[in-house]
Design a protein around this ligand. Structure first.
Ligand SMILES: [Zn+2]
Length: 266
């Protein structure tokens, strides 16, 4: 296997997103990285809610569920997974954060009104609506946020991770491509094909959309080949930065390989 090549394609701040081109890596490796980021990287989310008072129209269960989905900023350096903490899962300052919410003013209750004991762990999107109160209604509760993994519940999912396989495109015989077909190609893939004097023109020799493959793989006049190149994109939900997600996923993958190695060397 050739040495993998990685090239950063873009990194945007708002919304935070990172894409890079990975070449000479089998698709199984790319998919493992995707799954490790989405399913193994821990993030904070509210897990337990103690409702002291709730006279709003929202049932306690629904209120607790909504709180669980509030995106919380995460600090992986300070906090441990509960089952890996020195308190042995009892709950301590190293594995959980207490939060509270107390509101009686009529109108929307937003995530920004949740008070956290740790200023580093707090709702990322303050405008997330949690409930709506009428005059005389109130909500009072205490919540506990813990680290968890996306494989257990999607509230602990750190973001979206996906990849597109690159394909190479070559037009074998321009004259044999009908006008209708050419128009279809330009309409659906304007970045790749264009029309010049009613003839199809190729704008890009490689493209990151394997739908092209599905559309033209059986066309004798167009040659489409899947390449060992992938555009890999990480879109964080907000708990962690894209770079932190990738770094943590690789650390965990590494530790799993170490465990595996220990087991076979026993
Ligand atoms: Zn603990």
């Amino acid at each position: 296997m050739a040495k993998p090549k990685i090239e950063l394609l873009n990194k945007s701040k708002k919304p935070e997103k990172m894409s890079f081109l990975i070449s000479d890596v089998p698709i199984e490796y790319i998919n493992s990285l995707r799954r490790y980021i989405m399913k193994e990287v821990p993030v904070m989310a509210i897990e337990d809610v103690e409702i002291i008072n709730n006279s709003s129209i929202i049932y306690n269960e629904v209120l607790a569920h909504r709180l669980g989905l509030v995106v919380l900023s995460t600090d992986l350096k300070t906090y441990n997974m509960k089952n890996e903490c020195k308190c042995k899962g009892k709950g301590c300052a190293g594995c959980e954060v207490k939060m509270s919410l107390k509101e009686k003013e009529p109108g929307y209750v937003y995530a920004s009104q949740i008070k956290s004991k740790d200023p580093k762990i707090k709702p990322v999107y303050g405008k997330t609506p949690i409930a709506k109160l009428k005059k005389g209604q109130k909500i009072e509760l205490v919540a506990t946020a813990v680290l968890g993994k996306g494989k257990e519940h999607s509230k602990w999912n750190p973001g979206l991770v996906y990849y597109n396989q690159m394909v190479s495109i070559d037009i074998k015989n321009k004259d044999k491509i009908s006008k209708e077909k050419a128009e279809y190609m330009v309409k659906h893939f304007p970045e790749v094909f264009s029309l010049k004097n009613n003839k199809i023109e190729l704008l890009k020799k490689e493209w990151n959309d394997s739908i092209l493959y599905c559309d033209f793989a059986n066309d004798p006049n167009i040659e489409i080949k899947r390449l060992d190149k992938y555009v890999f994109t990480v879109e964080p939900f907000g708990q962690l930065k894209a770079g932190e997600m990738i770094e943590k996923a690789l650390d965990i993958f590494d530790s799993h390989l170490d465990e595996f190695e220990k087991k076979i060397n026993k």
